[in-house]
Design a protein around this ligand. Structure first.
Ligand SMILES: Cc1ncc(COP(=O)(O)O)c(C=O)c1O
Length: 418
């Protein structure tokens, strides 16, 4: 009898395990198909960012969203010190407490809000924080509303996770900023989140306090999460940059994604963070534990040093001033060449209009082939991006001037050959 029961149990367990494996396989296959079908197009354009690194040769590569300066020397020294004194193991899953505390203090100081270390989870880059943000709020069959042109990961991640994307195209004539009422009209029963990015990659627009406040109000009315990607926060050329943190105390469905990648020019170190409401903490911690185990150790100590260092603060300010000069120079050169381009309010990109009857991929390919200037087709950034191309200003001013000269001559040659 006992034997019979055990056999029955074994059989039942086996069939449960088999069903689970089959379900997992099916899940993986469907994830793969989704990535292939829906996000494949976006992904292939993202891959171009990285392929451009290898193919630059003697050409001018203005395709990559990376900084052209190295990690500051004081931070390299801190990294070496930490490596040699044994900080090479796992850390706490949410990140080292001192760093979480320091991030929280930064928000309290700057935005006068009640973010505490319990709201902060350190992640391997903003990319990972974006993944965990979307994963933690996307219900089955849920929808995400995204003003575009914007960073392609928002749509790609949503699609990969089985969600639906509603793009809200913005117009250059309106500074590439959405109207709150247009966003509101897209929020429905199934909407889980709105994702914004200011300063924007690729447009350089900064959402002011009124716009962010209006978007928060609309999300609040519908109980929808608002996720704000603020990785370019330090690259503000207007003094009007506002973090979503300003509204933290007024709504409990706010998620802020940020990174040390751009501010500290440490893109390869993979360190970012997310600021989340406490009710999401255990959900995100489960994702973090299973996906990342913990954020990278030495990078966290480097970031902690940076946040506490007035010297690093001055070095960042000096770099941002340099980027402002580059932005001014590149914008002037292109405008004088008759290219329509907004003066970016922030970030590290310009997003000019293509002044020819050519789609954005054809324009960028032909520009790269004939003049060796690598840029990214606006199509990669979603609806509203197609008639544009993205240029990074992450290069010395002489290089940017030379690139602008080549772009102008390419346009002239195309016009002449018509
Ligand atoms: C808007 C935006 N968000 C997130 C990221 C990813 O940042 P990280 O290097 O921290 O993953 C980038 C990188 O280019 C970006 O432009």
């Amino acid at each position: 009898m006992r034997y019979g029961n055990e056999r029955g149990l074994e059989k039942a367990t086996k069939s449960r395990v088999k069903a689970k494996i089959e379900w997992n396989i099916e899940y993986l296959v469907s994830l793969d198909e989704r990535a292939e079908r829906d996000a494949g197009d976006i992904l292939s354009l993202i891959v171009q960012y990285f392929e451009a690194i290898g193919s630059s040769g003697n050409s001018i590569n203005l395709g990559i969203g990376d900084l052209d300066h190295d990690l500051f020397d004081v931070l390299k020294e801190e990294a070496v010190r930490r490596i040699t004194s044994g900080y090479n193991k796992y850390t706490q899953t949410a990140g080292i407490p001192d760093l979480r505390e320091e991030v929280a203090k930064y928000y309290q100081r700057r935005w006068k809000c009640e973010i505490t270390s319990k709201n902060v989870i350190i992640t391997p880059g903003a990319s990972n924080a974006l993944f965990m943000s979307i994963a933690s709020v996307l219900r089955g069959g849920g929808e995400v509303v995204i003003p575009t042109p914007t960073f392609p990961s928002f749509s790609a991640l949503t699609l990969i996770m089985g969600g639906r994307v509603y793009e809200v195209p913005t117009r250059m004539e309106e500074g590439f900023k959405p109207r709150a009422e247009t966003i509101a009209s897209k929020l429905g029963e199934k909407t889980c989140a709105v994702i914004i990015n200011s300063p924007s990659n690729p447009t350089g627009s900064i959402y002011d306090e009124d716009l962010i406040g209006a978007l928060v109000d609309e999300c609040k009315r519908r109980g929808v999460y608002i996720i704000s990607d603020e990785v370019y926060e330090r690259f503000d050329y207007t003094g009007r940059y506002t973090s979503l943190a300003k509204f933290w105390d007024s709504y409990d469905r706010i998620i802020i994604v940020n990174s040390f990648s751009k501010t500290l020019a440490m893109t390869g170190w993979r360190l970012g963070y997310m600021v989340i409401p406490e009710h999401l903490y255990s959900r995100v911690m489960r994702l973090q534990a299973f996906i990342n185990a913990c954020p990278p150790s030495v990078a966290q100590y480097v970031a902690l040093f940076a946040l506490r260092s007035p010297e690093v603060e001055r070095l960042i300010d000096a770099k941002v001033a340099e980027y402002r000069d580059r932005r001014d120079g590149m914008w002037r050169e292109l405008s004088e060449a008759g290219v329509q381009v907004l003066l970016p309010e922030g970030g590290i990109f310009l997003f000019p209009k293509i002044p020819l009857e050519m789609d954005s991929e054809a324009f960028c390919n032909r520009l790269a082939k004939s003049k060796g200037v690598i840029t990214i087709p606006g199509r990669a950034f979603g609806a509203g991006g197609e008639r544009h191309f993205r240029i990074t200003i992450s290069a010395p001013i002489n290089t940017l001037t030379e690139a602008a000269r080549r772009i102008a001559s390419f346009i002239e040659e195309c016009r002449a050959s018509k």
